[in-house]
Every structure is written in C-alpha cells, then in structure tokens.
Design a protein around this ligand. Structure first.
Ligand code: ZN
Ligand code: ZN
Ligand code: FE
Length: 739
C-alpha cells in the first residue's frame, strides 16, 4: 500500500495559542508520522499515514480556543521512511506574509484553579499563565513568537517549568509566559500590602499587562475625589473593576450580550446602565452608564480574594491626556504626585495597551475603544492594499498598519496633542510594522493642517522617501465602517461627529456622503453655522448655542446659554464674522441643545454635554422636526426647528428628559427623511451610521429602527469604534484605492 504524505500550512493567529501541541496530539491520536513547527508564516506541518484525510478534516474543526485560522493550504509530497511525530524547532526569519501575534488574554479557568489551590506550586503566584491565557502582544519583541523574542527572555525557566514547557502533553508546552515563584517575574510588594493600602483609601499605581492602572476603593468617595483631583480629571468618568459577573450585576444592569462580552477572554470595560446611584455619582457623574470590567490578571483575582474593596476604580495610569505609563521609572516620575503606593513588577511591557471599552446597543456590542484583548488581531479587508501605515486623526488616535488583505490596528494611543502621545504613536506603529513585517510604501494621515499626526506623517514620508497621502476625515470614517463589514459597493453614509477638516477648509461633522473607497460625493449636510472661536468653542456649549440661535434667527436673551457666557462679545463676533469658522458639526449641535436645555454650559472632556444629554433622554417622546430639503444638488438639514424647540421647552419648563428624548428622535427622523430623499434620486439601498456621534446609543437605536422600517439595510460599527479611533482603518482603504 502506498503511503500518503501531505505538507500543510496554516496561517492566522496560530502561534502562542497552543497550536503545535494540538497538532501533535491529533497526529498521535491518528497514528500519523511527521512533524509540526512554527515559522514567520505560521505553522507548517507534514503528516503521513492512513489517517491523513481525517487529520485534515479535524484540523480546523477542533482548533484551540484562542487560535484564528485564516487559511490552510495542502500539498502532496513524497512519502518518507520515518516513525513518530515530532515538534521541530522554529524556523527563523524569512520574507513574505507573516503570522499574527495573539492579543493579551485574561487568565483562564485552569490557571485560576491552580492559583487558588494551596497544593499547587503556583498557588498565589501573580504571573501564572499557560498556552490558553496571559500576555502576548505586550511582551513580544520580535518574530517568530518564541520565548527568546519576548520579555520572558529575562526569566530562564527553572527545572520544573522547563519540564512542562518541553512536554507536548502539558498545558504549558511552549507557552511563552510560563513562569513560577521560582523562576518568573515578581511583584515589588506583597498582595496583602496592596489590599491594605486600598482598604485605607490610598491610591495605588498597579503595573498590569499593557500599562499601569491607578486603583482606589470605588465606594470610598473621598479616595475617588482625591484621585480625580490629582489626575486633573474634571468630571470625566472612571472605569471600575469587580471580581466577577455577579459582582457586576450588583452595580449595573446586564443583559445576555453584556454578560458574555464582560466575561470574554478580552475582558473589555463595558459601559452599562448603572444600578447604584451613589457609586455612579462620584465615579461617573452626570452619566447614566458606568464602565465596568472584570478582574483579568491573576493579580486582580488575588487582590479580590485577599479582601480588596469589592468595587475598585481602575483607571489608566497617566496624567490627564498623556499616554499610559508602562515602565517602572517613568511611572514613578509621572505618577509620583498621584499615587500613594506603587506596586510594580519586573516583566517588561514592550508596548502600551490600554483597556478596551465597549457598549452594547440593542444586544450588539459596539467598540468605543479597541485596544487590549483585540490588538493586534488583524482585520480582513475587502480589497488588497499596498503596504502602508495610517496615523488616524488627533483625538482618540489609533494607528494602523496594512498590507494585502489585512490591517492591524494599534491599541488606543490617546489625543495626539503633545510630544508624549506623538512618541507613543511612533512607537506603537513601529512595533506593529516590525511584528507584521510591513515595509510601508506610503504613510496616510488626515488632511487637517493643524494635526500633529499629519505633520508627523509628512516628516516620516520625507525621511523614508515614501508617499504621504491625506484622506478627508469623513470619507475615512465611512470607509472604516464599510471595511469592517467587508462591503465594496456604494453606501450612503451618515457621518456625524464633532470635528473634521472639510475639503472646503471649514469644520465638517454633519455629513451625508455617498460612495465608497474610490471616492465620495457630499450629497448633503447639516446647515452650516458660524462658530465663534472655531474649534475652541468645543469647551463651551453655551457659545455653540449662541451660534445656533444666531443662525436660526432666535433672540438669545433669556436663554440658558445667554446667562453663562459673554453674550455681547460673542454676538459681536457673530455679527462681524471675525474669529468665526463655519461648521456643519452634528456634535456641536448636540452641545447647543444641551446648553439650551441647561444641561451643561462648559465641558471638562470631549462630548461631555452630548453624553449627559443622551443620559437624560429616557422614555418616549414625539420627535422634534427639522426641515430636510434639497437646495439644488445639496440636501440640507436645517437645525433651526430643533433650536426653537429647545428654547421653547426650556422656557415652558418641559421636563428635560422629555425634551432630550424628543431631540434624539428628531435627529433620527431627519436621518430617515434624508436617506429616503437620496434614495429617490440615487437609488441607494444601504445606509451606514458612523462618526463619534453614533457612540450615542439612543440616537443609534432610533436611526436603525427608522431606517430599517423604511427598507434600508443599515451598517453600524462592531469591530472598530465609530469615533476617530476607527479612522485609520478607513484611511488605509481610501489610500489603497487611490494608489
Ligand atoms: Zn491559563
Ligand atoms: Zn519556574
Ligand atoms: Fe471624526
């Protein structure tokens, strides 16, 4: 009988996830000979024997939980004289498409059991990990993914760990983070001391997987306020951490989708309706949602097991807008004035990776920030694109590296408005390009002349002799939404956000765009108003409200906005047009309405007024109407009706909840009317909702319901955020289409 031998190649997320031991076990079970190994392309296998067909059938079906198989290719090869199945050494660097590094993953159930087992040799060990869990992306220094190319290279395995590491039957076989009390990383202080500090109301800087957290007792309002003051946080919400799902249920309202996401290996922060008004009041004031995550490192579990406060504030270890700290010295320098106590460890974090943030809108999880647990999982692209990097926008920046049919996004970088965040951008994009072996032929940025990221891209292009491509902000938003859905046909995009540089040099943000990667037509927009002070008005909803009152021809006297700003000065600016920039921003419209309903006149953080307005919008109310009309080829949404309704509601003491609800419903109604108007002329069937304004769950739900009822297919974000954190993905798609 002629022996059958096949060479098999598997690509995708197949390294660092227990793929080789899985292949080994399967081959042995089927009595096959041959070998398996890792190289920079993924996993290579040769199998020989009668069970080869069954092997090939079962290979993808039973693959390890953390693996993501992209492709399996099979070739016939000459049978050989051999016996047994072996795991062979990793092959070194080669060129071509490479494998993907897995994201960092929450400690698994098996490790957690050992962590709590007094008879286990890793009992209470804060860095317990295995092939199914632990850090990955944040400790990798190069490819192939082997211990020598990770932060674990600093920790030679002890004999006991070595035995597990080299035993194909062990859960720790070639698990790079494998370590124990004997040989692995250590904390700088005992867990009991951290718990004691937290219980005394102290602020503890805790080094984690992708950076430092600042932690304190979430139920101790004094401690939380102190952290807020020291961090110069204003009223910006903090995320909290609890031990498990049942602890989360005590402080927030969960549905099945949120329970599942909360406990998933990525363990994101989830924005959930709050149950505890007291906790809400100091952790996330003015907000109806609370950001909750579950313990995800062994240390987090040890803290709760040892009696840490049941609700811990866990916020990024940074100062206001700077990036998250990742190393010991830097943390002491930058967080020294904030933290009372530092709990370091000696495993080097190679690249920062903040916690991810999601919210669930009608059972569908939507990312607000895609970072730890997701970075650097590749996103499949509907079109092939040349090797390039994209730097995103300015706020909530996230960069991307793309090549062929894949794009990889960095973790959350922050607002690129200072040198520190710019350096983090540079580092994150460099690490990712190295890991994925992408040699960029172009660098893509936003077109805004004032963005530091754009300036950086221009210099990077010059330094490296490659092209610099600028992509219009809202076009990139629409392309990112289409790309994550794998769509490659014209879509009608409702692109609503706070600020984006328009092709006419004004501030856009209420855009109706029709098209795709190759180009878009601006078929409509919110009617422009003149913004006194331009982008600086972002901090003062009252100013934006005056701009809208002026445009709508409404007397500002007696309005909530007029009482909290220098009315005469602003009116003077509006009349003369000096220091005024026209804007079609939908985000600013939400600010204006929040001001007129006297929800908020000045903000501490981006979109605060809109977030608080959304929080108030409960129950049901008839939509406020606004005019949506063609002006030639230009479909214009005139917000004057909404502005008059807001002034009127405030004057007549209509409950704010009702007014806020009616406004949201009104914007959704205008979206549906606009979509139908464009369909009548252009025959488009798919509407995409993107831009930071669609982080608003009330608005998104209303729009999806209305558009669906009107017969449209509706696209909303599920993989990348609707805000500027998703921009880089769209930038590569549009730049790729043009080259
Ligand atoms: Zn594990
Ligand atoms: Zn050990
Ligand atoms: Fe934007």
């Amino acid at each position: 009988m002629v022996a059958i031998r096949r060479a098999v190649r598997v690509t995708g997320v197949v390294q660092g996830v227990g793929f080789r031991p899985y292949v080994y076990a399967l081959a042995r079970e089927l009595d096959l000979s041959g070998h398996v190994g890792n190289d920079v392309h993924g996993v290579f296998i040769e199998v020989q024997g009668d069970g080869v067909e069954e092997f090939l059938a079962r290979l993808p079906a039973d693959a390890p939980p953390l693996s993501v198989i992209e492709d399996i290719t099979v070739a016939e090869v000459e049978p050989q004289v051999e016996s047994g199945f072996r795991i062979v050494e990793s092959a070194g660097s080669q060129s071509g498409e490479v494998t993907s590094i897995p994201p960092d993953t929450a400690v698994c159930e098996d490790c957690l059991r050992e962590l709590r087992d007094p008879d286990d040799r890793r009992f209470g060990y804060p860095f317990i990990a295995c092939t199914n869990c632990g850090p990955r992306y944040t400790m990798v220094t190069g490819l192939p993914y082997d211990r020598a190319n990770t932060s674990m290279a600093d920790f030679p395995l002890c004999a006991a760990c070595e035995a597990e590491y080299t035993d194909p039957g062990s859960r720790r076989y070639h698990a790079q983070p494998t370590a124990c009390w004997e040989c692995g990383p250590q904390l700088s202080m005992p867990v009991a001391a951290v718990v004691a500090a937290l219980n005394q109301g102290q602020i503890v800087a805790i080094k984690g997987i992708g950076g430092y957290h600042l932690a304190c007792d979430g139920l101790d309002s004094e401690a939380v306020d102190r952290l807020r003051r020291r961090k110069q946080r204003g009223d910006k919400p903090f995320a909290v951490m609890v031990a498990d799902v049942s602890a989360a249920e005590r402080i927030a309202v969960l549905d099945s989708a949120s329970r599942e996401l909360l406990a998933s290996p990525a363990r994101p922060v989830l924005l959930l309706p709050s149950r505890d008004a007291g906790l809400q009041g100091h952790v996330a004031p003015g907000n109806s949602f609370i950001g909750v995550m579950l313990a995800y490192t062994p240390l987090h579990h040890l803290l709760f097991d040892a009696g840490a406060p049941a609700v811990l504030v866990m916020t990024s270890g940074n100062v206001s807008d700077e990036p998250i700290c990742i190393d010991v010295q830097e943390s002491q320098m930058r967080l020294g004035a904030i933290a009372d106590v530092f709990c370091h460890h000696d495993r080097v974090i190679q690249v920062a990776c903040d916690d991810s943030v999601f919210r669930v809108i009608g059972e569908v999880p939507q990312p607000v920030r895609r970072s730890r647990g997701y970075t650097p999982s590749p996103i499949s692209l509907p079109r092939s694109c040349p090797p390039m990097i994209a730097v995103g926008g300015e706020i909530k920046a996230t960069a991307a590296v793309a090549s062929g049919r894949r794009a990889w996004l960095t973790g959350h970088i922050g607002d690129v408005e200072n040198l520190e965040t710019l350096q983090m951008l540079e580092r994150s994009v460099g690490v990712l390009a190295d890991l994925e072996r992408v040699m960029p032929e172009a660098v893509v940025s936003d077109a805004h002349p004032g963005y530091m990221s754009r300036t950086w891209a221009a210099r990077y292009a010059t330094d490296n002799g490659i092209d610099h491509i600028e992509i219009q902000h809202h076009h990139a938003h629409l392309a990112s939404l289409m790309a994550e859905h794998g769509v490659d046909e014209p879509v009608l995009g409702m692109v609503f956000d706070g600020t984006g540089y328009g092709v006419d040099g004004t501030i856009w943000g209420g855009e109706i765009l029709l098209g795709g990667y190759d180009g878009v037509q601006r078929v409509g927009h919110l009617k422009p108003v003149s913004l006194p002070g331009g982008d600086a008005a972002v901090r003062f909803p009252s100013r934006v409200a005056l701009a809208h009152l002026f445009a709508a021809g409404v007397d500002p006297n007696g309005t909530a906005a007029a009482q909290s700003t220098d009315l005469r000065l602003v009116q003077q600016m509006l009349r003369t047009g000096s220091h005024c920039t026209p804007t079609t921003s939908m985000g600013r419209l939400f600010d204006a309405v929040a001001s007129l309903l006297d929800v908020r006149q000045a903000v501490d953080y981006e979109a605060q007024a809109a977030i608080e307005l959304e929080a108030l919008a409960v129950g049901a109310a008839d939509p406020w109407t606004a005019q949506v009309e063609w002006d030639g080829d230009d479909l214009v949404i005139d917000p004057a009706g909404w502005i008059r309704a807001a002034v009127d509601s405030h004057r007549r003491l209509v409950p704010v909840a009702w007014a806020a609800r009616a406004f949201h419903a009104g914007v959704a109604q205008a979206v549906v009317v606009a979509a139908c108007a464009v369909r009548d002329r252009e025959g488009v069937g798919t509407v995409g909702l993107t831009g930071g304004v669609f982080a608003n769950a009330v608005l998104t739900r209303d729009c999806v319901a209305g558009l669906t009822a009107a017969g449209f297919k509706v696209l909303v974000h599920r993989i990348v955020p609707p805000n500027d954190g998703g921009l880089a993905l769209g930038q590569v798609m549009v730049a790729g289409a043009g080259s």
